[in-house]
Structure formats: C-alpha cells, structure tokens
Design a protein around this ligand. Structure first.
Ligand code: 5GP
Length: 239
C-alpha cells in the first residue's frame, strides 16, 4: 500500500490518504503536547510506543467484539486504518477520580467511581473542549440518539475489557479518552488508545504510568512509556 497526500495533521498524529479505497495511514509522530498545546516537545521513539500499545489494544478489543478502525501496522510508526467520518466527541470513562473531575467537582483524588462515570467533551480547540450533556450533543446534531446510546455502551465495554487486561499486568486503568467515527451507519472506535489518552497507575506503587509524567514533570516520561509498552504487550502470566 502506498501513502498519498496528507489528509489531516494533529498535535501528535498525521493522517494520510492511500492508494487503497477506504483505507488511511495514521502516522504516530514523536511529538508530545499538554495543556492545550501550551507545553510541547519531541521525544525520540514516543510515536512507536503509542502506536504499539494502540495496536495491541485495538486487536484485543476486536477479538472481544468491539468494532475498531484498526487493520494492521505498516511499520512501528504507521498504522493502516479504516477511513471513517470522525465524530467530534471526546468520550471519557473514569473509574477513579483524577484530573479535571477533581479540579472541577468536589471529588477527592483516588476516589473509586462505581459505576464508572462517562463524560463527553466537544472536540473543539477554539472552545477548549467544553464538556457536553446529552441535550447539547443532540441539539448540535453531532450524533443521533441511537448513536449516542451505542457510543456510551461501547465506551463502557472498552472500559470493562481494558480494565481487566491492564489489571492482569498490575496496572489500574484510572480513566481514558476515546473517539468514534462512522462508516455508513456503522460506528467504529477510531483515533488511538495510548499512554497519551489514558491515566494509568501502578497497582503497587501508585506511580503514574502515562502522560501525567510529562504534564507534571514526575520523571523520565520516555522510560515510563517504554516500560508500559513492554509491560502491556507481554503475555499475561498464568496464576
Ligand atoms: P481529564 O479530563 O482529567 O483532563 O482527562 C481524562 C482522561 O482523558 C485522561 O486520561 C486524559 O489523558 C484523557 N484526555 C482528555 N482530553 C484529552 C485530549 O484532548 N487528548 C488526549 N490524548 N487525551 C485526553
């Protein structure tokens, strides 16, 4: 498959057309940003760690009945995906209170949220990704009521599957953000699922294993991303 023109470039990924109908190539770059792009760096190998972890998660989800845009990896930085019409929603699932929910509401960091809390933000840099509610989502005509119901159901299923997978590797899935797109009437999970878009805490030490290490300068972020990529993708030990 040949890479063609650039379709879209974001803060850490670029998306290219291909010579194959219905397929795109996503390039995971070595760029890392935080705070609405206010902090940015280029960190060697970062793109390959996120691409590898995303591919691993997408494969696991597909095996368990979740429809994703993932086809295969072209090389450690490039993923072949299904072309989707992306829905501009950031669907966040929270198992433990951390980050913006602690800043904006009277939750103490570390409080378990059971059942998990779904928060949906509008993917719109100009408005700083404001939080939406169901009525605003429908009034903006971003999805149909049936699509919204489906998206929430799939988000909880992704949470259930990834929580269990990570837990078996000694990692707590605190929260994560996913994005969806459609092809025709079918909704697919798109974008990425990586250390950039999840909050992961080591079960034993409680240490952050995600972009919070970069955001809050908690240590060597690439050493942590490498460690997580190795840890997540290794076979689970039988008990
Ligand atoms: P918070 O709302 O606490 O900042 O983020 C909740 C979760 O969603 C975190 O795991 C965070 O990494 C992820 N998240 C929220 N917004 C974005 C975003 O714009 N980009 C990415 N990659 N992840 C996000």
């Amino acid at each position: 498959m040949k890479q063609k023109d650039l379709l879209y470039t974001g803060k850490a990924k670029s998306v290219y057309h291909t010579d194959t109908k219905g397929k795109l190539i996503v390039e995971f770059r070595d760029d890392i940003t935080a705070f609405d792009g206010g902090k940015k760096d280029v960190l060697k190998n970062k793109g390959s760690y996120n691409a590898g972890v995303s591919a691993f998660f997408f494969e696991h989800l597909e095996k368990n009945g979740v429809k994703t845009h993932f086809f295969s990896m072209l090389d450690p930085y490039h993923m072949i995906v299904r072309k989707l019409e992306m829905i501009p929603l950031e669907v966040i699932v929270r198992n433990i209170a951390a980050g913006s929910i602690v800043r904006n509401y009277p939750f103490k960091e570390g409080t378990p949220l059971n059942p998990p809390v779904i928060v949906i933000d509008y993917k719109d840099d100009a408005h700083h990704d404001p939080m939406l509610n169901d009525e605003i989502i429908l009034a903006l005509k971003l999805v149909t009521p049936a699509e919204l119901k489906k998206i929430k159901k799939v988000a909880l299923e992704v949470n259930r599957l990834l929580y269990a997978l990570l837990s078996s590797q000694g990692i707590t899935l605190v929260d994560f953000k996913i994005e969806f797109g459609r092809q025709g009437k079918t909704i697919y999970l798109g974008d990425e699922i990586s250390m950039d878009s999840m909050r992961l805490w080591d079960k034993k030490s409680g240490e952050s294993l995600d972009k919070d290490v970069y955001r809050f300068e908690k240590g060597d972020v690439m050493a942590v991303y490498n460690q997580v990529a190795q840890r997540i993708t290794r076979p689970v030990k039988k008990q």
